[in-house]
Design a protein around this ligand. Structure first.
Ligand code: SAH
Length: 369
């Protein structure tokens, strides 16, 4: 009957029944619908998939994150038990590399238990295989479900996958951006007929003056607030790494990527990755509002260099084959170098800790602009 993906058929049904759908709802269905959601049935990572993340670029990334975690454990007063929690662990590569790196610190390694928050059964399977020899692992649907206790929490490219709302500035105010079926029977952007009441009051001051046509994106604060309350009440710290901006601002970053290329986010629902940049100022503010301490953000390149990635690269290259030396050099450039090929400045690193932890390794010296 139709050439639509099964998910687009479902989305069209919902729009026909309930009217235009907010962008955030569309993003949520596309990514995590239990039956057809993008993440649920596939492994999107790697050269043969849709995109590559830092842990898949080089083992150095996870190793340094592991050593960062060890320094946090020291700052926490070396508790006998610490939960090592990762949100959205993908293939489990970062956790595997981190656990291998901290073998040189047996007291820390013995204190760790591993807890993964992952919605995708396919990726849970990959994580199980990757970590089989390294650790006993527990899985959860959401961060609220992880048992209590002091924790070190990691999230690489997790927040960009959480749904964003969009609002469009008009003369009459800010209107929520929605998705309709247009006159040509295609999914298309539109806006809710009525402005969002008192929306201006909630906006960061720089955004209030935006001209008509401007778009503002925001995420609900649930995940960051849960995480911040957890480290505030039970001790520990979180490391959030993602692409995004240091200051809240207007602008559209909602995007679709498939096979390493941008595509139209309103076509092929459920078959492409949908993301939007992370507003690090909004994350830091939400965490501080509930009484946790924010550190940074700093650029990923600065963070990795201050943890010693260049020294680690040299150590890996010693006595290595020419082929693997080339891979290490390329990995170093990709992780720390400038855009567009490098992730060093587009990606930012934010720490969130218990308020008594005044500094976190590599996050205090230099703030990103
Ligand atoms: N951190 C990994 C994978 C990033 S892709 C890496 O850097 O390689 C995003 C990850 O978050 C995937 O594992 C995906 O299944 C998971 N994910 C996306 N939305 C989620 C949600 N709402 N709850 C839990 N996990 C989610």
């Amino acid at each position: 009957m139709s050439d639509y993906s099964p998910l687009e058929t479902l989305i069209r049904k919902q729009i026909k029944a309930n009217g235009p759908m907010p962008v955030s709802r569309y993003m949520q269905i596309c990514l995590t619908d239990p039956q057809y959601g993008y993440y649920l049935k596939r492994d999107p990572l790697g050269r043969d998939g849709d995109f590559i993340t830092a842990p898949e670029v080089s083992q150095m990334f996870g190793e340094l994150v592991g050593l960062w975690a060890a320094s946090v454990w020291h700052a926490m007063g070396m508790p006998a038990e610490v939960k090592f929690i990762e949100l959205g662990p993908g293939r489990g590569t970062m956790m595997a590399d981190a656990l291998r790196a901290v073998k040189i610190l047996p007291a820390f390694r013995e204190a760790i238990s591993v807890h993964l928050v992952e919605k995708s059964p396919t990726l849970r399977e990959k994580q199980r295989d990757k970590l089989a020899d390294a650790a006993h692992v527990e899985w959860y649907e959401q961060i609220e479900d992880v048992p209590e206790g002091p924790a070190i929490i990691l999230a690489n490219e997790f927040f960009d996958a959480l749904p964003v709302h969009q609002a469009v500035r008009k003369d009459s105010g800010w209107h929520e951006r929605t998705i309709e079926i247009d006159g040509d029977d295609m999914l298309a952007f539109t806006t809710a007929p009525n402005p969002i009441p008192r929306f201006d009051v909630l906006l960061p001051p720089v955004v209030r003056a935006s001209p008509p046509g401007a778009i503002f994106e925001w995420r609900p604060d649930n995940e960051i607030i849960t995480l911040a309350r957890r480290v505030r009440d039970q001790g520990g710290a979180a490391l959030i790494i993602d692409y995004g901006h240091v200051r809240s601002d207007a602008g559209e970053t909602f995007q679709a990527v498939a096979r390493h290329n941008y595509t139209n986010p309103l076509r092929n629902a459920g078959l492409a990755d949908l993301t939007a940049h992370v507003d690090f100022q909004a994350l830091a503010r939400a965490a501080e509002d509930v009484g946790a301490r924010a550190h940074g953000p700093v650029e990923q390149g600065v963070f990795l260099k201050s943890l010693g990635i260049e020294t680690r690269a040299q150590a890996l290259m010693k006595n290595a084959t020419e082929e693997s030396q080339k891979l290490t050099t390329a990995g170093l450039a990709r992780l720390t170098g400038p855009s567009p090929e490098g992730m060093g400045s587009l990606f930012k690193v934010l720490g969130i800790s218990h308020p008594a932890i005044k500094t976190l390794a590599a996050l205090s010296d230099q703030e990103a602009k």
